[in-house]
Design a protein around this ligand. Structure first.
Ligand code: ADP
Length: 460
Protein backbone atom coordinates (compact mmCIF):
# COMPACT_ATOMS: atom_id res chain seq x y z
CA UNK A 1 0.00 0.00 0.00
CA UNK A 2 2.89 2.37 0.84
CA UNK A 3 4.33 2.32 -2.69
CA UNK A 4 0.97 3.12 -4.34
CA UNK A 5 0.44 6.56 -5.85
CA UNK A 6 -1.72 8.89 -3.80
CA UNK A 7 -4.33 9.01 -6.60
CA UNK A 8 -4.65 5.21 -6.59
CA UNK A 9 -4.83 5.16 -2.79
CA UNK A 10 -7.61 7.74 -2.76
CA UNK A 11 -9.49 5.91 -5.50
CA UNK A 12 -9.27 2.70 -3.47
CA UNK A 13 -10.49 4.56 -0.39
CA UNK A 14 -13.41 5.96 -2.41
CA UNK A 15 -14.32 2.49 -3.65
CA UNK A 16 -14.07 0.87 -0.20
CA UNK A 17 -16.02 3.73 1.37
CA UNK A 18 -18.70 3.53 -1.31
CA UNK A 19 -18.89 -0.26 -0.83
CA UNK A 20 -19.33 0.14 2.93
CA UNK A 21 -22.04 2.77 2.50
CA UNK A 22 -23.92 0.76 -0.13
CA UNK A 23 -23.70 -2.40 2.04
CA UNK A 24 -24.85 -0.54 5.15
CA UNK A 25 -27.78 1.03 3.25
CA UNK A 26 -28.75 -2.31 1.76
CA UNK A 27 -28.62 -4.14 5.10
CA UNK A 28 -30.76 -1.40 6.70
CA UNK A 29 -33.23 -1.44 3.81
CA UNK A 30 -33.33 -5.25 3.69
CA UNK A 31 -33.92 -5.63 7.40
CA UNK A 32 -36.59 -2.95 7.58
CA UNK A 33 -38.38 -4.34 4.49
CA UNK A 34 -38.23 -7.85 5.89
CA UNK A 35 -39.56 -6.64 9.28
CA UNK A 36 -42.32 -4.63 7.57
CA UNK A 37 -43.41 -7.58 5.43
CA UNK A 38 -43.45 -9.86 8.47
CA UNK A 39 -45.51 -7.30 10.37
CA UNK A 40 -47.97 -7.06 7.47
CA UNK A 41 -48.43 -10.85 7.49
CA UNK A 42 -48.95 -10.85 11.25
CA UNK A 43 -51.48 -8.01 10.97
CA UNK A 44 -53.32 -9.93 8.21
CA UNK A 45 -53.52 -13.06 10.39
CA UNK A 46 -54.64 -11.11 13.48
CA UNK A 47 -57.27 -9.26 11.45
CA UNK A 48 -58.48 -12.52 9.90
CA UNK A 49 -58.83 -14.11 13.37
CA UNK A 50 -60.90 -11.14 14.54
CA UNK A 51 -63.09 -11.45 11.44
CA UNK A 52 -63.48 -15.21 11.87
CA UNK A 53 -64.36 -15.00 15.56
CA UNK A 54 -66.99 -12.39 14.76
CA UNK A 55 -68.73 -14.88 12.49
CA UNK A 56 -69.20 -17.56 15.18
CA UNK A 57 -72.67 -17.49 16.69
CA UNK A 58 -74.83 -19.69 18.89
CA UNK A 59 -77.91 -20.99 17.23
CA UNK A 60 -80.36 -23.44 18.81
CA UNK A 61 -77.90 -23.98 21.69
CA UNK A 62 -74.99 -24.91 19.40
CA UNK A 63 -72.10 -22.81 18.09
CA UNK A 64 -72.12 -22.40 14.33
CA UNK A 65 -69.92 -20.53 11.87
CA UNK A 66 -71.73 -18.06 9.62
CA UNK A 67 -69.52 -17.83 6.52
CA UNK A 68 -70.83 -14.42 5.46
CA UNK A 69 -67.90 -12.02 5.31
CA UNK A 70 -65.16 -13.48 3.05
CA UNK A 71 -61.77 -13.83 4.69
CA UNK A 72 -58.64 -12.97 2.65
CA UNK A 73 -58.35 -15.91 0.20
CA UNK A 74 -54.60 -16.51 0.85
CA UNK A 75 -55.35 -17.32 4.50
CA UNK A 76 -56.25 -20.90 5.48
CA UNK A 77 -57.89 -21.43 8.86
CA UNK A 78 -60.01 -23.58 11.08
CA UNK A 79 -62.23 -22.89 14.07
CA UNK A 80 -62.61 -25.43 16.91
CA UNK A 81 -64.85 -25.46 19.92
CA UNK A 82 -63.46 -25.62 23.42
CA UNK A 83 -64.40 -29.34 23.49
CA UNK A 84 -62.19 -29.90 20.45
CA UNK A 85 -64.89 -30.30 17.78
CA UNK A 86 -64.19 -28.53 14.52
CA UNK A 87 -66.73 -25.84 13.64
CA UNK A 88 -65.35 -24.72 10.33
CA UNK A 89 -62.23 -24.91 8.22
CA UNK A 90 -61.13 -23.14 5.08
CA UNK A 91 -58.33 -24.11 2.71
CA UNK A 92 -56.80 -27.56 2.39
CA UNK A 93 -53.39 -26.28 3.39
CA UNK A 94 -54.47 -25.90 7.01
CA UNK A 95 -54.36 -29.69 7.33
CA UNK A 96 -50.58 -29.49 6.75
CA UNK A 97 -50.23 -28.36 10.34
CA UNK A 98 -52.43 -30.93 12.03
CA UNK A 99 -49.38 -32.46 13.69
CA UNK A 100 -48.38 -29.10 15.13
CA UNK A 101 -49.52 -28.54 18.73
CA UNK A 102 -51.67 -25.48 19.39
CA UNK A 103 -49.63 -22.62 20.92
CA UNK A 104 -52.12 -20.08 22.16
CA UNK A 105 -51.51 -16.48 21.12
CA UNK A 106 -48.24 -17.33 19.41
CA UNK A 107 -47.00 -16.75 15.86
CA UNK A 108 -45.03 -19.75 14.54
CA UNK A 109 -42.99 -20.12 11.36
CA UNK A 110 -43.11 -23.56 9.77
CA UNK A 111 -41.83 -25.06 6.54
CA UNK A 112 -43.97 -27.50 4.63
CA UNK A 113 -42.91 -29.01 1.29
CA UNK A 114 -40.42 -26.25 0.70
CA UNK A 115 -42.82 -23.38 1.47
CA UNK A 116 -42.54 -21.23 4.52
CA UNK A 117 -45.73 -20.52 6.49
CA UNK A 118 -46.68 -18.14 9.28
CA UNK A 119 -49.25 -19.53 11.70
CA UNK A 120 -51.20 -17.71 14.37
CA UNK A 121 -53.01 -19.71 17.06
CA UNK A 122 -55.56 -17.56 18.84
CA UNK A 123 -56.07 -17.37 22.59
CA UNK A 124 -59.35 -19.03 23.66
CA UNK A 125 -62.09 -16.66 22.49
CA UNK A 126 -65.35 -16.45 24.43
CA UNK A 127 -68.37 -16.54 22.11
CA UNK A 128 -71.76 -16.29 23.78
CA UNK A 129 -71.38 -18.88 26.55
CA UNK A 130 -68.80 -21.01 24.76
CA UNK A 131 -65.09 -20.93 23.96
CA UNK A 132 -63.53 -21.24 20.54
CA UNK A 133 -59.99 -21.40 19.24
CA UNK A 134 -58.85 -20.38 15.78
CA UNK A 135 -55.70 -21.29 13.82
CA UNK A 136 -54.92 -19.22 10.75
CA UNK A 137 -52.01 -19.77 8.36
CA UNK A 138 -50.56 -17.75 5.51
CA UNK A 139 -47.82 -18.62 3.03
CA UNK A 140 -44.70 -16.39 3.19
CA UNK A 141 -43.53 -17.26 -0.34
CA UNK A 142 -44.36 -13.85 -1.83
CA UNK A 143 -42.40 -12.06 0.86
CA UNK A 144 -39.51 -14.49 0.46
CA UNK A 145 -39.51 -13.85 -3.26
CA UNK A 146 -39.48 -10.09 -2.74
CA UNK A 147 -36.50 -10.39 -0.39
CA UNK A 148 -34.71 -12.72 -2.83
CA UNK A 149 -35.24 -10.19 -5.64
CA UNK A 150 -33.90 -7.45 -3.36
CA UNK A 151 -30.76 -9.48 -2.68
CA UNK A 152 -30.27 -10.19 -6.40
CA UNK A 153 -30.74 -6.53 -7.31
CA UNK A 154 -28.17 -5.64 -4.67
CA UNK A 155 -25.63 -8.19 -5.88
CA UNK A 156 -26.07 -7.13 -9.51
CA UNK A 157 -26.01 -3.40 -8.87
CA UNK A 158 -23.11 -3.26 -6.40
CA UNK A 159 -20.19 -3.95 -8.80
CA UNK A 160 -21.21 -1.25 -11.35
CA UNK A 161 -21.97 1.14 -8.48
CA UNK A 162 -18.58 0.59 -6.94
CA UNK A 163 -16.88 0.92 -10.33
CA UNK A 164 -18.75 4.18 -10.86
CA UNK A 165 -17.71 5.44 -7.42
CA UNK A 166 -14.10 4.42 -8.08
CA UNK A 167 -14.11 6.15 -11.49
CA UNK A 168 -15.63 9.29 -9.99
CA UNK A 169 -13.08 9.13 -7.18
CA UNK A 170 -10.26 8.70 -9.69
CA UNK A 171 -11.35 11.65 -11.82
CA UNK A 172 -11.90 13.86 -8.76
CA UNK A 173 -8.55 12.89 -7.26
CA UNK A 174 -6.74 13.48 -10.55
CA UNK A 175 -8.29 16.91 -10.85
CA UNK A 176 -7.55 17.91 -7.29
CA UNK A 177 -4.00 16.53 -7.48
CA UNK A 178 -3.12 18.22 -10.77
CA UNK A 179 -1.64 21.30 -8.98
CA UNK A 180 0.54 18.93 -6.95
CA UNK A 181 1.75 17.29 -10.17
CA UNK A 182 2.64 20.75 -11.48
CA UNK A 183 4.53 21.42 -8.25
CA UNK A 184 6.42 18.12 -8.58
CA UNK A 185 7.46 18.67 -12.20
CA UNK A 186 8.55 22.25 -11.44
CA UNK A 187 10.45 21.02 -8.39
CA UNK A 188 12.15 18.38 -10.59
CA UNK A 189 13.22 21.05 -13.09
CA UNK A 190 14.50 23.17 -10.21
CA UNK A 191 16.31 20.15 -8.78
CA UNK A 192 18.08 19.74 -12.15
CA UNK A 193 19.57 23.18 -11.50
CA UNK A 194 17.19 25.69 -13.06
CA UNK A 195 16.57 28.00 -10.14
CA UNK A 196 14.87 30.56 -12.37
CA UNK A 197 11.97 28.10 -12.70
CA UNK A 198 8.81 28.91 -10.75
CA UNK A 199 5.81 26.77 -9.93
CA UNK A 200 2.75 27.95 -11.89
CA UNK A 201 0.26 29.71 -9.59
CA UNK A 202 -2.54 27.41 -8.42
CA UNK A 203 -5.99 28.41 -9.74
CA UNK A 204 -7.55 28.63 -6.27
CA UNK A 205 -6.42 30.41 -3.13
CA UNK A 206 -6.65 27.23 -1.10
CA UNK A 207 -3.93 25.32 0.78
CA UNK A 208 -2.26 24.35 -2.53
CA UNK A 209 -2.28 27.98 -3.66
CA UNK A 210 -0.56 29.00 -0.42
CA UNK A 211 1.92 26.12 -0.73
CA UNK A 212 2.80 27.27 -4.28
CA UNK A 213 3.36 30.85 -3.14
CA UNK A 214 5.52 29.72 -0.20
CA UNK A 215 7.60 27.37 -2.38
CA UNK A 216 8.09 30.09 -5.00
CA UNK A 217 9.27 32.53 -2.33
CA UNK A 218 11.65 29.89 -1.00
CA UNK A 219 13.05 29.20 -4.49
CA UNK A 220 13.45 32.94 -5.13
CA UNK A 221 15.49 33.38 -1.95
CA UNK A 222 17.55 30.28 -2.84
CA UNK A 223 18.14 31.71 -6.31
CA UNK A 224 19.31 35.01 -4.82
CA UNK A 225 21.68 33.25 -2.45
CA UNK A 226 22.98 31.09 -5.27
CA UNK A 227 23.51 34.08 -7.58
CA UNK A 228 25.39 35.90 -4.81
CA UNK A 229 27.60 32.86 -4.31
CA UNK A 230 28.21 32.61 -8.07
CA UNK A 231 29.06 36.30 -8.30
CA UNK A 232 31.43 35.89 -5.39
CA UNK A 233 33.35 32.99 -6.95
CA UNK A 234 33.39 34.75 -10.31
CA UNK A 235 34.68 38.02 -8.77
CA UNK A 236 37.15 36.20 -6.54
CA UNK A 237 38.55 34.21 -9.48
CA UNK A 238 38.91 37.40 -11.53
CA UNK A 239 40.64 39.21 -8.69
CA UNK A 240 43.02 36.29 -8.06
CA UNK A 241 44.17 36.08 -11.67
CA UNK A 242 46.45 39.11 -11.57
CA UNK A 243 48.28 38.41 -8.27
CA UNK A 244 48.84 34.79 -9.32
CA UNK A 245 50.23 35.93 -12.68
CA UNK A 246 52.56 38.38 -10.89
CA UNK A 247 53.78 35.72 -8.41
CA UNK A 248 54.31 33.33 -11.29
CA UNK A 249 56.35 35.90 -13.23
CA UNK A 250 58.53 36.59 -10.15
CA UNK A 251 58.97 32.86 -9.49
CA UNK A 252 60.02 32.28 -13.12
CA UNK A 253 62.41 35.15 -12.80
CA UNK A 254 63.89 33.67 -9.66
CA UNK A 255 64.30 30.27 -11.27
CA UNK A 256 66.19 31.88 -14.16
CA UNK A 257 68.76 33.49 -11.85
CA UNK A 258 72.06 31.67 -12.09
CA UNK A 259 73.48 32.64 -8.66
CA UNK A 260 70.62 31.09 -6.68
CA UNK A 261 71.42 28.54 -3.97
CA UNK A 262 70.00 25.04 -4.52
CA UNK A 263 67.61 25.50 -1.59
CA UNK A 264 66.25 28.82 -2.89
CA UNK A 265 65.89 27.36 -6.41
CA UNK A 266 63.86 24.43 -5.05
CA UNK A 267 61.61 26.88 -3.18
CA UNK A 268 61.17 29.00 -6.30
CA UNK A 269 60.26 25.87 -8.29
CA UNK A 270 57.67 24.88 -5.68
CA UNK A 271 56.18 28.39 -5.83
CA UNK A 272 56.07 28.16 -9.62
CA UNK A 273 54.39 24.74 -9.48
CA UNK A 274 51.80 25.93 -6.99
CA UNK A 275 51.19 29.00 -9.15
CA UNK A 276 50.42 26.71 -12.09
CA UNK A 277 47.96 24.73 -9.96
CA UNK A 278 46.38 28.00 -8.74
CA UNK A 279 46.12 29.31 -12.28
CA UNK A 280 44.42 26.11 -13.40
CA UNK A 281 42.02 26.23 -10.45
CA UNK A 282 41.11 29.84 -11.20
CA UNK A 283 40.51 29.03 -14.87
CA UNK A 284 38.35 26.04 -13.99
CA UNK A 285 36.38 28.09 -11.47
CA UNK A 286 35.79 30.76 -14.07
CA UNK A 287 34.66 28.18 -16.62
CA UNK A 288 32.22 26.70 -14.11
CA UNK A 289 30.78 30.04 -12.97
CA UNK A 290 30.34 31.12 -16.58
CA UNK A 291 28.66 27.78 -17.25
CA UNK A 292 26.30 28.15 -14.30
CA UNK A 293 25.39 31.67 -15.21
CA UNK A 294 24.59 30.41 -18.72
CA UNK A 295 27.06 32.92 -20.13
CA UNK A 296 28.81 30.40 -22.34
CA UNK A 297 27.87 30.69 -25.98
CA UNK A 298 28.14 27.36 -27.70
CA UNK A 299 29.72 27.34 -31.13
CA UNK A 300 28.63 23.99 -32.50
CA UNK A 301 30.25 22.70 -35.63
CA UNK A 302 30.56 19.47 -37.53
CA UNK A 303 33.61 17.67 -36.18
CA UNK A 304 35.42 14.53 -37.24
CA UNK A 305 35.77 12.50 -34.04
CA UNK A 306 39.01 10.87 -35.23
CA UNK A 307 40.58 14.34 -35.71
CA UNK A 308 39.50 15.45 -32.23
CA UNK A 309 40.97 12.26 -30.72
CA UNK A 310 44.22 12.84 -32.60
CA UNK A 311 44.46 16.40 -31.28
CA UNK A 312 43.89 15.24 -27.70
CA UNK A 313 46.40 12.39 -28.07
CA UNK A 314 49.14 14.68 -29.30
CA UNK A 315 48.37 17.28 -26.59
CA UNK A 316 48.67 14.64 -23.88
CA UNK A 317 51.57 12.60 -25.27
CA UNK A 318 54.23 14.43 -23.25
CA UNK A 319 52.37 13.96 -19.96
CA UNK A 320 51.65 10.30 -20.81
CA UNK A 321 55.29 9.65 -21.69
CA UNK A 322 56.37 10.69 -18.20
CA UNK A 323 54.60 7.55 -16.93
CA UNK A 324 55.30 5.54 -20.08
CA UNK A 325 51.54 5.33 -20.70
CA UNK A 326 50.42 4.55 -24.23
CA UNK A 327 47.35 6.34 -25.60
CA UNK A 328 45.52 4.65 -28.45
CA UNK A 329 42.26 5.36 -30.17
CA UNK A 330 39.63 3.24 -31.91
CA UNK A 331 37.30 5.24 -34.13
CA UNK A 332 36.12 5.24 -37.74
CA UNK A 333 37.43 8.06 -39.89
CA UNK A 334 33.92 8.86 -41.15
CA UNK A 335 32.32 9.41 -37.72
CA UNK A 336 31.19 13.00 -37.26
CA UNK A 337 29.32 14.80 -34.55
CA UNK A 338 28.07 18.26 -33.75
CA UNK A 339 29.96 19.96 -30.92
CA UNK A 340 31.72 23.05 -29.72
CA UNK A 341 35.26 22.06 -30.63
CA UNK A 342 37.05 23.74 -27.74
CA UNK A 343 34.61 22.26 -25.21
CA UNK A 344 34.77 18.73 -26.65
CA UNK A 345 38.58 18.92 -26.66
CA UNK A 346 38.55 20.27 -23.09
CA UNK A 347 36.27 17.40 -22.01
CA UNK A 348 38.53 14.73 -23.50
CA UNK A 349 41.65 16.41 -22.14
CA UNK A 350 40.15 16.44 -18.63
CA UNK A 351 39.35 12.73 -18.86
CA UNK A 352 42.68 11.72 -20.41
CA UNK A 353 44.58 13.89 -17.91
CA UNK A 354 42.84 12.04 -15.09
CA UNK A 355 43.50 8.71 -16.79
CA UNK A 356 47.21 9.59 -16.82
CA UNK A 357 47.18 11.03 -13.29
CA UNK A 358 45.48 7.98 -11.86
CA UNK A 359 46.91 5.52 -14.38
CA UNK A 360 49.69 3.07 -13.58
CA UNK A 361 53.15 3.43 -15.09
CA UNK A 362 53.44 1.50 -18.39
CA UNK A 363 49.65 1.52 -18.55
CA UNK A 364 47.24 2.03 -21.42
CA UNK A 365 44.58 4.57 -22.24
CA UNK A 366 42.09 3.98 -25.05
CA UNK A 367 39.78 6.50 -26.65
CA UNK A 368 36.83 4.87 -28.40
CA UNK A 369 33.88 6.25 -30.33
CA UNK A 370 31.13 4.68 -32.38
CA UNK A 371 27.71 5.64 -33.69
CA UNK A 372 24.78 4.16 -31.82
CA UNK A 373 21.46 5.08 -33.36
CA UNK A 374 21.32 8.88 -33.40
CA UNK A 375 24.04 9.18 -30.76
CA UNK A 376 27.78 8.86 -30.61
CA UNK A 377 29.14 6.72 -27.80
CA UNK A 378 32.50 7.88 -26.57
CA UNK A 379 34.57 5.95 -24.04
CA UNK A 380 37.81 6.85 -22.27
CA UNK A 381 39.30 3.72 -20.72
CA UNK A 382 42.32 3.33 -18.50
CA UNK A 383 43.87 0.48 -16.54
CA UNK A 384 44.84 2.62 -13.56
CA UNK A 385 44.06 2.59 -9.85
CA UNK A 386 40.28 2.77 -10.28
CA UNK A 387 37.70 4.41 -8.01
CA UNK A 388 36.10 2.84 -4.94
CA UNK A 389 32.37 2.07 -5.09
CA UNK A 390 31.69 4.51 -2.21
CA UNK A 391 33.35 7.38 -4.12
CA UNK A 392 31.79 6.71 -7.53
CA UNK A 393 28.49 8.58 -6.89
CA UNK A 394 30.43 11.72 -5.85
CA UNK A 395 33.16 12.12 -8.40
CA UNK A 396 31.23 14.65 -10.53
CA UNK A 397 30.67 16.90 -7.50
CA UNK A 398 32.64 20.12 -7.35
CA UNK A 399 35.87 19.90 -5.32
CA UNK A 400 35.38 16.19 -4.71
CA UNK A 401 38.60 14.25 -4.56
CA UNK A 402 38.34 10.54 -3.82
CA UNK A 403 41.42 10.51 -1.67
CA UNK A 404 43.45 13.68 -1.19
CA UNK A 405 46.63 11.62 -0.87
CA UNK A 406 46.27 10.01 -4.28
CA UNK A 407 44.67 13.04 -5.98
CA UNK A 408 47.92 14.82 -6.61
CA UNK A 409 47.85 18.12 -8.44
CA UNK A 410 44.10 18.12 -8.58
CA UNK A 411 41.47 20.44 -7.23
CA UNK A 412 38.37 18.33 -7.87
CA UNK A 413 36.85 20.45 -10.64
CA UNK A 414 37.90 18.55 -13.78
CA UNK A 415 34.98 16.12 -13.79
CA UNK A 416 32.42 18.82 -12.87
CA UNK A 417 33.53 20.71 -15.96
CA UNK A 418 33.43 17.50 -18.02
CA UNK A 419 29.89 16.83 -16.88
CA UNK A 420 28.78 20.36 -17.68
CA UNK A 421 30.28 20.14 -21.18
CA UNK A 422 28.42 16.89 -21.88
CA UNK A 423 25.15 18.18 -20.45
CA UNK A 424 25.26 21.50 -22.26
CA UNK A 425 25.43 19.49 -25.50
CA UNK A 426 22.41 17.44 -24.39
CA UNK A 427 24.38 14.27 -23.64
CA UNK A 428 25.08 12.18 -20.56
CA UNK A 429 28.24 10.96 -18.88
CA UNK A 430 28.65 7.87 -16.75
CA UNK A 431 31.51 6.01 -15.14
CA UNK A 432 32.38 2.39 -14.51
CA UNK A 433 35.32 1.56 -12.31
CA UNK A 434 36.90 -1.14 -10.18
CA UNK A 435 39.65 -0.49 -7.67
CA UNK A 436 42.99 -1.68 -8.98
CA UNK A 437 41.57 -2.57 -12.41
CA UNK A 438 40.83 0.71 -14.09
CA UNK A 439 38.16 3.21 -15.02
CA UNK A 440 35.99 3.82 -18.05
CA UNK A 441 34.11 7.07 -18.65
CA UNK A 442 31.18 6.56 -21.01
CA UNK A 443 29.65 9.49 -22.84
CA UNK A 444 26.44 9.54 -24.85
CA UNK A 445 26.75 12.45 -27.28
CA UNK A 446 23.60 13.29 -29.19
CA UNK A 447 23.54 13.93 -32.90
CA UNK A 448 25.82 11.53 -34.74
CA UNK A 449 26.23 12.88 -38.26
CA UNK A 450 26.49 10.20 -40.94
CA UNK A 451 29.34 10.91 -43.38
CA UNK A 452 28.43 13.39 -46.13
CA UNK A 453 25.43 14.94 -44.31
CA UNK A 454 24.98 18.69 -43.78
CA UNK A 455 25.28 19.61 -40.08
CA UNK A 456 22.25 20.52 -37.99
CA UNK A 457 22.29 23.44 -35.59
CA UNK A 458 21.77 22.94 -31.87
CA UNK A 459 18.16 23.34 -30.88
CA UNK A 460 17.15 23.32 -34.55
P1 ADP B 1 40.98 16.10 -9.76
O1 ADP B 1 41.45 17.42 -10.21
O2 ADP B 1 41.18 15.84 -8.29
O3 ADP B 1 41.44 14.99 -10.61
P2 ADP B 1 38.44 15.57 -10.92
O4 ADP B 1 37.14 16.25 -10.81
O5 ADP B 1 39.05 15.49 -12.27
O6 ADP B 1 39.40 16.21 -9.88
O7 ADP B 1 38.26 14.09 -10.38
C1 ADP B 1 37.61 13.87 -9.14
C2 ADP B 1 38.12 12.61 -8.48
O8 ADP B 1 37.75 11.47 -9.22
C3 ADP B 1 39.64 12.57 -8.45
O9 ADP B 1 40.13 13.17 -7.28
C4 ADP B 1 39.94 11.09 -8.46
O10 ADP B 1 39.97 10.57 -7.15
C5 ADP B 1 38.76 10.48 -9.19
N1 ADP B 1 39.09 10.13 -10.60
C6 ADP B 1 38.78 10.83 -11.69
N2 ADP B 1 39.20 10.19 -12.81
C7 ADP B 1 39.79 9.06 -12.40
C8 ADP B 1 40.43 7.94 -13.07
N3 ADP B 1 40.53 7.89 -14.40
N4 ADP B 1 40.93 6.95 -12.30
C9 ADP B 1 40.79 6.98 -10.97
N5 ADP B 1 40.22 7.97 -10.27
C10 ADP B 1 39.71 9.01 -10.97
Amino acid sequence: MRHLKIGVKMTLCFAVFALLIVCACFVALYMSTSALLEQMLRDDLAFAIRQISAQVERESGALIYEDETPIAPEISYYVVEGSGGELFSHGEDITLFDDEPFHEGVYTRLTRYGDEWLILDSDPIAVETGLIRIRAAIRCTTNQRMLTVMRQVFLLSVPPLILLAAAAGFVLTRRSLSPIRAIISSAQRIERGDLSERIPAAPAEDELGKLTVTLNEMIASLENAFRREQRFSSDASHELRTPVAVIRAYAENLCDQADLSAEARASARTILQECCTMKKLIEQLLTLTRAQEGRYELQPERLCVADVFEGVQSAMTELACEKRIVITSAVREDLFLLADQSLLTQLLINLVENAIKYGRPDGHITLRASAEGDDVKIAVEDDGIGIGAADLPHIFERFFRADAARSRNGCGLGLSIAQWIVQVHGGAIDVQSALGKGTTFLIRWPGAIPAGTAPKRFGG
